[in-house]
Design a binder for this molecule. Structure first.
Ligand code: R1P
Ligand code: URA
Length: 311
């Protein structure tokens, strides 16, 4: 650990750096693209305005934060790694260091169990979570024995900001055919393997019929990945935006607008995986579309420009 932390409830340093992302007020903008892969985060640097400094920070806990301006609008790109917990760290720590409303777009990759093909784009209107039911596996019992317990738990669905989804779609349509863009529900899974129905002979996962269960529970499911549910869930659980230097909150409602778009990397029905060349091609055109969608997004209140801001 590099810094002395002052507060055990919401750990921050004396200058206000949060514990895992290591950023402080003025280092993250209100408009944020979050990605899993650090190289995808770095890709965005080439498109940021050249006449504004670009802030870059890699934290000891695997978060990469890039902040600059795009077409004159402050923007951050945050690489968070993978999984529900990393999304939770990111949303909460960013929320605590930025004044005003936040607009967050996750730009990720996913698998599909629907009509989309590798290289297509998904804009999930909502997301539910699938988590392993640890109790089910406790006694080495088989699937039929444990008082009706099921091996996987399904949550309710939480929804994206519809306007932000529309803006992403509008921008993607500049480079993709409409037949290559899909919406529907996304399943955010707590594993790339078991809860995404991958067969692994080294573990007892009881997941052979999980695709059937998914489509029976949520028939319009198109994608499987590992973070969007937490983004949508926390955005819809967020309280009103905090005002600078005050305990008061601004207008009523959630302080976070959230949406996601994912490139299809794995087609689970046809058992196909995207090529590295296709990833490069799709990542560039979709990345630019996400940037354009984000800077168009209206926010009711943004972080005031001051000397503390890196942009
Ligand atoms: C798994 O390979 C990772 O890829 C997807 C999943 O959600 C998971 O994080 O997202 P990213 O491409 O954003 O990392
Ligand atoms: N990301 C996932 O979580 N699953 C896939 O199948 C592909 C990318």
């Amino acid at each position: 650990m590099k810094f002395q932390i002052l507060n055990a409830n919401f750990p921050k340093t004396e200058e206000g750096r949060v514990y895992h992302m290591e950023v402080k007020r003025g280092e993250v903008a209100n408009r944020i693209i979050t990605v899993g892969d650090t190289n995808r985060a770095k890709m965005f640097i080439q498109w940021l305005d050249k006449d504004t400094p670009v802030f870059y920070l890699e934290s000891q806990r695997g978060f990469t934060t890039v902040t600059g301006k795009y077409h004159g609008v402050p923007i951050s790109i945050v690489g968070i790694g993978m999984g529900l917990s990393m999304m939770d760290f990111f949303i909460r720590e960013v929320r605590s260091t930025v004044d005003g409303q936040l607009a967050i777009i996750r730009f990720g990759s996913c698998g599909t169990i629907g009509a989309p093909k590798v290289g297509n784009m998904i804009i999930p209107s909502g997301a539910f979570a699938i988590t392993r039911n640890y109790n089910y596996f406790s006694n080495g019992e088989d699937e039929t024995s444990l008082n009706g317990e099921k091996p996987y738990n399904f949550t309710k669905a939480f929804y994206a900001d519809p306007m932000l989804c529309k803006q992403i779609e509008k921008q993607l349509l500049n480079s993709f055919d409409e037949k290559e863009i899909f919406t529907g529900l996304n399943a955010t899974c707590d594993s790339f393997y078991s809860s995404q129905g991958r067969q692994d002979e080294n573990f007892r996962d009881c997941n052979s019929d999980i695709f059937k269960t998914i489509t029976a529970t949520y028939p319009n499911t198109v994608s499987l990945e590992m973070e969007s549910f937490m983004l949508y869930h926390l955005a819809s659980s967020s309280t009103s935006a905090p005002l600078k230097n005050s305990n008061r909150v601004s207008d009523k409602g959630n302080s976070i607008k959230a949406a996601a778009t994912m490139m299809v990397f794995a087609d689970r029905f046809r058992n196909e995986f995207i090529s590295p060349e296709k990833v490069q091609e799709v990542q560039v055109i979709a990345g630019l579309a996400v940037l354009d969608a984000l800077v168009e997004t209206e926010l009711s209140e943004v972080h005031p420009e001051s000397e503390e801001c890196v942009w």
